[in-house]
Design a protein around this ligand. Structure first.
Ligand code: ADP
Ligand code: MG
Length: 239
């Protein structure tokens, strides 16, 4: 469980997040929504220790994360998948995966690759192809698989569906939903509310660095005020 309390954070002297308090429960898929520039990526980066935190608390299972180096945050079981540059395009798919699996014994590596084959069937078909030749959706799968191989308890993903066709976006969210069902905590920034609301359990909407709505995906969908004011025109039948 990740808890954020009274968080003020930003870059250098710039305040971006203003008094954010929120709990991300274990094993739940939470979408962070909100317009461009509202601080969504900054919130993920703050959890991963790569912003300036001015005040407030961030904890994982009561362990403090503020001021903790990123390597140590990783060792607490948190993986961060940034929006861009999240894979090595010059390496093949398998070489990308091996960057992580080489730290495991051979039998464990075999088991993990078999599991990847189940979770991300597309990837093993592409295993000998340079990752740079893959489609956007396939690259995103590689990025998620790389995060997953670290066996994190919590995965932070920044706009995993950006630039993807609806078909691939669904594929990405299907995998993420499955990971949450297996007990992983997912905190997923998404710009397109329509796309994610059918897949996530919880929603947290940011505007100008503040939380303006938190609730379940269903509460969000049924809250006309929130939909109209914070998400724009929304119809969950669109995808
Ligand atoms: P979102 O992900 O919701 O689009 P961000 O968290 O990326 O928003 O950005 C929130 C604000 O922080 C914006 O005003 C943006 O210009 C600023 N910002 C983002 N990254 C940096 C950075 N590395 N240095 C300085 N300001 C930044
Ligand atoms: Mg962003």
């Amino acid at each position: 469980m990740i808890t954020v309390q009274g968080l003020q954070a930003g870059y250098g002297k710039l305040f971006v997040l203003n008094d954010i308090s929120h709990t991300f429960p274990k094993g739940e898929f939470t979408a962070i929504l909100g317009p461009n520039g509202s601080g969504k990526s900054t919130l993920l980066k703050s959890i991963f220790g790569i912003t300036s935190v001015f005040s407030g608390k961030i904890t994982i299972d009561e362990k403090n994360l503020v001021g903790v180096p990123t390597e140590k945050i990783s060792s607490y079981g948190i993986a961060y998948i940034p929006q861009r540059q999240n894979i090595f395009t010059g390496l093949t798919v398998l070489e990308n995966l091996m960057l992580v699996t080489r730290k495991y014994p051979k039998a464990e590596t075999q088991r993990l690759l078999a599991e990847i084959n189940e979770l991300f069937p597309i990837l093993m078909k592409r295993s000998s192809q340079p990752a740079g030749q893959l489609s956007g959706g396939e690259r995103q799968m590689v990025a998620i698989a790389l995060g997953w191989l670290l066996k994190p308890q919590v995965m932070l993903l920044d706009e995993p569906s950006a630039g993807l066709s609806p078909r691939f976006a669904i594929e990405v969210f299907r995998v993420l939903q499955q990971l949450a069902h297996q007990g992983m905590t997912l905190i997923v920034v998404e710009q397109n509310a329509r796309r994610v609301l059918d897949w996530c359990e919880k929603v947290c909407i940011l505007r100008e660095g503040q939380i303006v709505f938190t609730g379940t995906a269903e509460e969000c969908r049924n809250d006309e005020h929130t939909v109209k004011n914070y998400l724009g025109v929304y119809s969950h039948k669109t995808i």
